[in-house]
Design a protein around this ligand. Structure first.
Ligand SMILES: [Zn+2]
Length: 673
């Protein structure tokens, strides 16, 4: 097991629990609605002009270039850093600045509007994210449907034996999904091509044509693996068909009917070997010995099987009467409810699915299945085999006979992706402080708002810098030159919204920091890319790399990169990366919100990355750590010591605040005054 808590069924239950939480979180995802309520008058920026770095350009040796910071409407955040501040060395307004510049990132915003639909859509959205993560972590066939890292955060709950509660949550969620009482497929789910494969007996000597030998079955499993298919659970399929929750790229569902002893003897070990989930449809009279026919799986064997995360049990009626449509209402009800009751009673699990004996059903039978408390039913037809998405309803999910496996898995397809969740951003949530402890390392995280950077004219305590701006939170930023006391010279290029002036990095420096994460911020998004001196040491290069860029600097190292924590190799020659130090960091969480923070106990970089992944960050970079480590919120320092003053800060503006503003009426406290 790659993870100590990768037990798939537990992940499944736990993450359905997280799905419930996500329901509560969803209003926060809808950044678009908030964006449309911007109350700030852009013209007020004429009065509150950004000016911190105006009086002292970064370095005499570099040639600063003006940039064009934009607000959320595509207007310039501050065209006027020369309007209210006089002085000979104020940069003049850039003639290239247009108040009607198109906003390159606007597509991201309109995309994010799609996320305000309802909790099921949100669930699907989370699920897509988790599919990405789960694929990266090789857990793709029994995925955490809702945010892998968030799942991990729930591990302590698990260890405390709360699986029963979480199991109830599964039931709760599925029942919520079916609260509308229809059994229609979600229209978006009809596009996916999920083959549901039907097997019967598995035995060494074939007796009828549809018998399969254990060797043949293993060849099928091998084929599925070689073709890159992902066997899914019936829960996953039903959730997909009902809500359009995305499925893995090439999904397949394996089903075994009638409860033969070979299912326990041959199939179950193969499922464990290949880590494939499957459905077993059981009719209770056979297990109870009331119907004798071929071999039968026993109750004890079934108990063994349902303890595994790979097994779903469906009811296949009591007696396997060959055509349920011919039964009276009362007899039909008994077949449906009594089999459910017996399976649930003997196995201690909820039975949510039914499989029609020989595939026969009609509207009356389907209605009775629903009335008996099943969510969905599997059927079969020798003459009309089709993919699950083409089924007429959830109460008649189509299957293929096993002999068509090779033919149909070529066409397996999980359906069109939802809008890209993993790359969306939410810069309109309130800024909140959280103190969390993972693995004995306490972290302070300030989450939300809009990320910007502040490049001071000299060095300041972070809280002092924030106090003259409209930012509410901030962490010390990039590395700066220690060569001159009070210098604001940064190591590497820097561009900050407060002055809009680009300062290239010095020649020697930029070679030394090649490959480190270059942080690029625009009004709609943030990206972290490996710093390439040839490409990124000019404003044009930055703009090509990230249209609309307002802020840029080079950070120390990746701690979390696209949902993965980083190993030792990735830190290269970074000074003291494996030493325990106070560390400063910032990044983007899985809801697309910016996060700035510090560890309040010493921690090495590798461990910090692992912790931040569990804390829900999808990307995070380390900032200037050790003596510079500082964090401020609402005017106060959050660290219990006096950190080294710094010239650069990653700050968070409150929601509905498109631009960083510096109040010129306030004097900036100078170090030493
Ligand atoms: Zn059957």
């Amino acid at each position: 097991m790659p993870y100590p808590y990768s037990d798939p069924i537990i992940l499944r239950f736990i993450t359905l629990g997280v799905a419930t939480l996500s329901i509560m979180l969803l209003p926060g995802i809808d950044g678009a609605a908030a964006t449309s309520k911007r109350g700030d008058d852009p013209h007020s920026s004429f009065k509150l002009v950004m000016s911190i770095a105006e009086s002292l350009p970064q370095s005499k040796s570099t040639d600063p270039v003006k940039n064009t910071p934009l607000d959320n409407d595509g207007k310039v955040c501050a065209t006027s850093w020369n309007h209210s501040v006089s002085g000979d060395n104020n940069p003049t307004a850039d003639p290239r600045v247009s108040p009607h510049l198109p906003l390159p990132g606007s597509a991201t915003r309109s995309e994010s509007r799609d996320f305000s639909l309802n909790w099921l859509t949100g669930l699907a959205t989370f699920s897509q994210m988790s599919s990405t993560l789960a694929n990266q972590t090789k857990l793709s066939h029994l995925t955490c449907p809702v945010g892998y890292s968030l799942c991990l955060a729930f591990q302590p709950l698990l260890q405390n034996g709360l699986t029963t509660i979480v199991d109830d949550v599964t039931t709760l969620l599925l029942s919520q999904a079916f609260a509308d009482s229809t059994s229609n497929l979600n229209p978006r789910a009809t596009a996916a091509r999920v083959p549901v494969i039907m097997y019967h007996d598995i035995l060494p000597q074939k007796e009828v044509f549809f018998d399969v030998t254990p060797d043949e079955l293993e060849r099928h499993f091998q084929l599925i693996q070689d073709q890159g298919l992902t066997p899914i659970t019936l829960d996953q399929l039903i959730a997909h068909l009902k809500t359009a929750i995305p499925l893995p790229e090439k999904p397949v569902l394996l089903t075994f009917d009638d409860g033969y002893s070979g299912h326990y003897q041959y199939v179950f070990p193969l499922l464990k070997k290949y880590q494939f989930p499957a459905v077993f449809s059981i009719f209770t009279d056979k297990v109870d010995g009331k119907i004798i026919g071929r071999s039968t799986v026993t109750w004890n064997q079934l108990k063994d099987m349902v303890a595994s995360p790979f097994v779903t049990i469906a009811s296949h009626s009591v007696s396997h009467f060959s055509n349920l449509t011919q039964l009276s209402d009362q007899r039909l009800r008994v077949e449906l409810t009594e089999s459910k009751r017996l399976l649930e009673g003997n196995l201690g699990i909820p039975i949510r699915y039914f499989t029609y004996p020989e595939g026969h059903y009609d509207q009356r039978v389907a209605n009775a299945v629903r009335a008996a408390g099943y969510y969905a039913a599997l059927t079969m037809s020798d003459t009309d085999e089709k993919f699950a998405g083409q089924s007429e309803s959830l109460l008649a999910i189509a299957r293929f006979g096993q002999s068509r496996l090779e033919e149909v898995i070529k066409d397996a397809w999980g359906g069109p992706p939802l809008p890209k969740w993993f790359s969306s951003f939410d810069f309109n949530s309130p800024v909140q402080k959280n103190t969390i402890t993972f693995e004995q390392i306490p972290l302070i995280l300030l989450t939300g708002g809009r990320p910007v950077t502040i490049h001071g004219d000299t060095r300041y305590q972070v809280a002092d810098l924030l106090n003259i701006t409209n930012a509410v939170a901030g962490v010390d930023g990039g590395f700066f030159s220690l060569e001159f006391l009070d210098s604001n010279v940064m190591i590497g290029p820097v561009l900050s919204q407060n002055h809009g002036t680009f300062f290239p990095g010095g020649n020697k420096d930029v070679e030394r920091i090649a490959g480190r994460p270059l942080v690029l911020i625009n009004p709609d998004a943030v990206t972290f890319v490996p710093f390439k001196p040839q490409r990124h040491n000019t404003l044009e290069g930055l703009r090509e790399s990230f249209p609309g860029v307002t802020d840029a600097f080079v950070a120390a190292a990746w701690l979390v990169k696209q949902g993965q924590s980083q190993d030792r190799k990735s830190f290269g020659n970074l000074f003291d990366f494996d030493a325990a130090r106070h560390r400063a960091f910032w990044g983007i969480n899985q809801l697309g919100q910016p996060v700035v923070g510090v560890s309040t106990e010493p921690v090495d970089s590798i461990t910090l990355g692992e912790i931040l992944l569990k804390a829900g960050l999808r990307d995070a970079v380390m900032l200037d750590s050790g003596a510079s480590t500082s964090l401020a919120f609402q005017g106060e320092s959050m660290v219990g010591y006096t950190p080294r003053p710094v010239p650069h800060v990653v700050a968070l503006l409150p929601p509905q605040t498109p631009c960083l503003r510096v109040d010129p009426k306030l004097t900036m406290p100078r170090k030493g005054e």
